[in-house]
Write a protein that binds this ligand. Sequence first.
Ligand code: NAD
Length: 286
Amino acid sequence: RGKRAFIAGVADDNGYGWAIAKALAAAGAQILVGTWVPALNIFETSLKRGKFDESRRLPDGSLMEIVKVYPLDAVYDSIEDVPEDVKANKRYSGSSNWTVQEVAESVKNDFGSIDILVHSLANGPEVTKPLLETSRKGYLAALSASSYSFISLLKHFLPIINSGGATISLTYIASERIIPGYGGGMSSAKAALESDTRVLAFEVGRKKQVRVNAISAGPLGSRAAKAIGFIEKMIEYSYANAPLQKELLAEEVGNTAAFLVSPLASAVTGSVVYVDNGLNAMGLAM
Ligand code: NAD
């Protein structure tokens, strides 16, 4: 049978998660997605109404099939962690079993196992604030949603990830170089995510021969990136200064993810791979 992938962080057809889903589907994988609870309704409705049909098209002409959409909120590990006001919130009370532990259980009940786990989500409520102006609460929220969420997903899914399986998360160069404007502790969250990529690669490699890698992606005008406020400037900067002066396509990140989770990359783990038209290698913008 083909491989089965669970991709956390797909809520429209613009982001990296969607592009990764497509690249994996094109390679023959069965696609399950985890969609942030508040975005679930609109995503499922748009899917059903055919709004994404054009962007579902794969190179062979067929349409990507998303076998199941799971509601997910990756800042909650289990139902005991969910505060009362969130439980009572209309957008949340309309669905159930969306904590990380419950989603892993549901996937286990529905499909038994997976081969590929993708983490393509981030959230920093104070991302527009400089680090110096970031509150403790905002900083910890950025780490919870953008870094610990990967640890939690891996921990809860590991029992159902087949030996030889692989995981991918998405990071950004603001973890290691100064990118003014990428605030709210998001730069710190990406630094944690990259460090965790190495430590977790060791732990789950030894435990289960599962691989853990991250893609450090260049700028893309996704929904999340637009919330930061200067994504158009970043895209222009990259176009002007990167070794490859071309638009960075989400598809290029999707293709690299498909490579990294495939047997072609069977000796690659604990790596952060740049997919950014080479911008990271520049020392002086030209
Ligand atoms: P996106 O908006 O497509 O993806 C972010 C997703 O995270 C959204 O679907 C959102 O609903 C989901 N999400 C937020 N909080 C969540 C939670 N608590 N539980 C579950 N889901 C939650 O945007 P994107 O830019 O494609 O982001 C995907 C990944 O790529 C992120 O990790 C991001 O930091 C990374 N990245 C993006 C860029 C860029 O320029 N767009 C560059 C480098 C890295």
